[in-house]
Design a protein around this ligand. Structure first.
Ligand code: SF4
Length: 137
């Protein structure tokens, strides 16, 4: 994620951030990015410079729009792995909605898969990933 971008955190000096959920989640993720095991180059993130509220949508159309951005992101696999492993509950990360991640984690547990393999399969074709398990996307 473009966690280091001021735009993503909405930290423009003198401007109060009205999206507390987004800010708290972002800050949590930022602290995780600071640990070596999760480090990746966030400057490559497709969300860099974009309004962070896009990734915390309240409608299905909003989720779709956020996913479209993530679909073009070269670090979405690492982003999704991190969101899964750190139980990120809010927002769209790595092209997966909150609901997607809950289901991915359930499949991971049930099928005893590691995070990288389950996220890789999801990202190749989310519809096929859920259809194979007889789950509607
Ligand atoms: S996958 Fe989406 S949320 Fe994650 S870094 Fe890329 S654009 Fe940002």
């Amino acid at each position: 994620m473009s966690i280091s971008s001021p735009e993503r955190f909405n930290e423009e000096p003198g401007v109060e951030n009205t999206n507390k959920v987004a800010t708290d989640a972002e800050r949590e993720i930022q602290s995780l990015h600071d640990t070596p095991s999760y480090y990746f180059d966030t400057s490559l993130a497709e969300c860099s410079g974009k309004d962070p509220n896009i990734f915390f949508p309240s409608t299905s159309v909003g989720v779709f729009e956020a996913k479209l951005i993530c679909a073009r992101c070269v670090i979405r696999d690492d982003c999704l792995i991190q969101a899964i492993e750190e139980n990120e509950d809010n927002g769209v990360w790595g092209g997966a909605s909150e609901r997607d991640r809950r289901r991915i984690k359930a499949i991971k547990r049930r099928e005893h898969l590691d995070t990288r393999s389950v996220t890789k399969e999801f990202l190749i074709n989310p519809e096929a990933f859920f259809r194979k398990r007889r789950m509607n996307n």
